[in-house]
Design a protein around this ligand. Structure first.
Ligand SMILES: NC(=O)c1ccc[n+]([C@@H]2O[C@H](COP(=O)([O-])OP(=O)(O)OC[C@H]3O[C@@H](n4cnc5c(N)ncnc54)[C@H](O)[C@@H]3O)[C@@H](O)[C@H]2O)c1
Ligand SMILES: CC(=O)N[C@@H]1[C@@H](OP(=O)(O)OP(=O)(O)OC[C@H]2O[C@@H](n3ccc(=O)[nH]c3=O)[C@H](O)[C@@H]2O)O[C@H](CO)[C@@H](O)[C@@H]1O
Length: 420
């Protein structure tokens, strides 16, 4: 049975590209978001987030009548939930957005519908969502009550696209399909096959939930290993970039790159979901989070040491020194500053330093409000020619194009190894 209408709940970095991907295959899609500004923007055929190629797909889908947005759920044959799943202050997962989304769609559910949770979630979240739906709709049967022929099919199908390459990876990546029953998996696979060129790999809901958390924890642990090596190498007078390049010549070694810390809204968050549910067992995963979260403070210590050297050699006072931080984004060549370790370092430096702090970020027009009172946004050229201490935080293309000679007469803290 085909899907006459597909509804995506939550039109952010995941939900909007997913809605657009279905709509681009001539499916009728209704996107739901509580953010009225996002809904109005999408209905004009525009987008409210930055992601390459998303604007053209959304524009065409809206113009052709396959995609529209609304603030309240309407009846559909398949619902995909892609709302935020942040953690709370104590690193426990915050599932209130998923609960609100599930309860908002419950009134429009009808027999034969499919509900998919895409939000990154702790193990057991899909069963919990099914219970919320069952409580809200006692007139319908759900897989936990009637596994063989429920009115509503439910699955967990995590998203694994890389920000910046979403429109390609959404279609090409293999997708893990975690149905609450095999029939639920089959129905969910049928839905994704509408646009998916990758494979639908079927498992159960709990394994699919854990798989998503595992992927990001694996990357976090590998980056933590690189970050720990960077501390050890600094102590031992070894160039960590050369070391990792040499070690990676081994056919079975593949170490990631150190940096100022780990940012974004996935890798710095998701491993905590495993730790929260397994506090005694998830020792390595917790330590990786701690190692990566501590890195900005270590970078500040490096900056303090460079400033001390600069003061003793230049004879200047601290208040006369200018420190320039290169990059604010959470990773190269994007404008996303959310949860960025570079932002954290810039803030730590600016609040400690008694002189002038500059930041260079070619991907933004304005300095973020949190830094506005303590730092100034300047051009790359100004920072390179006039600052005393240079702090490299993000390996943007524009910064990698700067030669080592251009910075050789300055005190440099290079967290990305681009000016070595
Ligand atoms: N961004 C990524 O790279 C990425 C990748 C894989 C998985 N994920 C996961 O996908 C989920 C969504 O992430 P995102 O980056 O798209 O978040 P986002 O903040 O960009 O978008 C979420 C959207 O949901 C809306 N929303 C919140 N509550 C709602 C409700 N009750 N009903 C309707 N809309 C509601 C918000 O207004 C927002 O527009 C999270 O669980 C995240 O961990 C994100
Ligand atoms: C397993 C995986 O690949 N998951 C991806 C990840 O997407 P992301 O954009 O958050 O991931 P990254 O590009 O790794 O960046 C994260 C931070 O790590 C820093 N970093 C990176 C590599 C390195 O060698 N050294 C570093 O220091 C980088 O600067 C930045 O701060 O999560 C998404 C949501 O779940 C997934 O969908 C997506 O597949």
């Amino acid at each position: 049975m085909s899907f006459r209408t597909i509804s995506v709940i939550g039109l952010g970095y995941i939900g909007l590209p997913t809605a657009a991907a279905f709509a681009s295959r001539q499916q009728h899609v209704v996107g739901i978001d509580i953010n009225a500004h996002a809904v109005e923007t999408i209905n004009r055929g525009e987008i409210h987030i930055v992601e390459p190629d998303l604007d053209t797909v959304v524009k065409q889908a809206v113009q052709q009548g396959f995609l529209r947005a609304a603030t309240q759920p309407v009846a559909a044959d398949a619902f995909l939930i892609a709302v935020p799943t942040p953690f709370k202050g104590d690193h426990q997962p915050d599932m209130t957005y998923v609960q609100a989304a599930a309860l908002s769609l419950a009134p429009v559910l009808k027999p034969g519908d499919l509900v998919i949770l895409e939000s990154t979630s702790p193990v057991g979240a899909t069963e919990q969502m099914a219970d919320w739906l069952a409580e809200a709709r006692p007139d319908l049967s759900f897989p936990q009550q009637q596994p063989n022929s429920p009115d509503i099919h439910i699955a967990y199908c995590p998203e694994r696209v890389l920000p910046g390459q979403v429109m390609v990876e959404l279609i090409k990546n293999d997708r893990v399909i975690g149905g609450m029953t095999p029939a639920c998996s089959e129905r969910a696979s049928e839905l994704y096959r509408i646009f998916l060129e990758g494979e639908c790999v079927v498992t159960n809901a709990r394994t699919a939930e854990m798989c998503k958390l595992t992927e990001n924890s694996f990357r976090d642990v590998n980056i933590a290993f690189a970050n720990e090596l960077s501390l050890i190498c600094a102590q031992q007078g070894i160039n960590v970039w050369e070391l990792i390049a040499l070690a990676n010549r081994h056919p079975r070694v593949n170490i990631l790159q150190p940096g100022p810390g780990v940012g974004g809204h996935c890798i710095a968050v998701d491993p905590w979901f495993i730790v929260a549910q397994n506090p005694e067992l998830a020792r390595l995963i917790r330590t990786a989070r701690e190692v990566n979260d501590a890195k900005p403070h270590w970078v500040l210590d490096q900056v303090k040491a460079a400033v001390a050297d600069c003061l003793s050699e230049s004879g200047k006072r601290a208040s006369e020194l200018t420190i320039a931080c290169f990059g604010l984004a959470f990773k190269p060549n994007i404008d996303d500053l959310r949860e960025s370790p570079a932002m954290e370092v810039a803030h730590l430096v600016a609040s400690w330093h008694s002189g002038t702090t500059w930041v260079v970020e070619p991907n933004v027009q304005q300095i973020p409000a949190v830094l506005a009172s303590e730092a100034t946004l300047v051009t790359l050229d100004q920072a390179l020619t006039q600052a005393d201490v240079l702090v490299m935080l993000v390996d943007h293309h524009a910064f990698k194009a700067v030669s080592g000679e251009q910075v050789s007469q300055r005190w440099v803290v290079d967290t990305k190894g681009v000016w070595r």
